[in-house]
Every structure is written in C-alpha cells, then in structure tokens.
Design a protein around this ligand. Structure first.
Ligand SMILES: [Zn+2]
Length: 101
C-alpha cells in the first residue's frame, strides 16, 4: 500500500484525495481530504464481520454522504466520555462503622 493511499467513499464510490501530500508527514496512510474514516473490529450481531481477534476493517465516507445520512437521521453524535470522578476513600473498619457510602 502506498503511503498516501486513500480508499474511495464506501457509499457512493467517490475518489478521495489524501489529506496530506507529503508522505513523510502522514502517519495515517488512509487520511482522506473531504471525508472521514471509520474503523470497526466487528460487532456481536454482524453476520459478516465479528472476528473477535482484534483485527479491524476501515472504511471512508465522503462529506456529502455523511451530510445526507445525518439529514436522514442515520448518524449518532456522542458527547465526549466523562472522566471518572475521584473515588471516596476512608480507613476500613471491619466492624462496619466506616463512613464510606
Ligand atoms: Zn460518498
């Protein structure tokens, strides 16, 4: 695979140019300009890809297809994960009199 290789859009087949033209500056070989890239390692329920061996598939989606899908209500947008709050800690009291709660 060439260092500037980009996959076409998985929906419409549009060719996507690499986001970086300098292969030395491009750590990700499939970084499309005008599109996004998605990885999956499979899902329970898929009848075609659920390898459970940590291998992944990658697809590209052009921006126009992403916008059409969003307008049709087929895209979820997630908030960033919240950091875990610090855990409360008290000295352990074997008789259960500790105030942890
Ligand atoms: Zn497309």
């Amino acid at each position: 695979m060439e260092s500037t290789f980009t996959l076409p859009c998985v929906v419409c087949g549009a060719e996507l140019e690499p986001a970086f033209n300098n292969p030395m500056a491009n750590a990700e070989p499939n970084q499309p300009h005008g599109g996004t890239t998605f990885f999956t390692n499979g899902h329970y329920g898929s009848t075609v890809f659920d390898q459970m061996d940590r291998t992944e598939l990658q697809i590209n989606l052009c921006d126009p297809c992403l916008l059409k899908a969003a307008e049709a209500g087929r895209v979820l947008h997630f908030a960033p994960p919240r950091p875990s709050p610090p855990r409360a800690a008290v000295l352990w009291a074997p008789d259960g009199s500790g105030a942890l709660g």
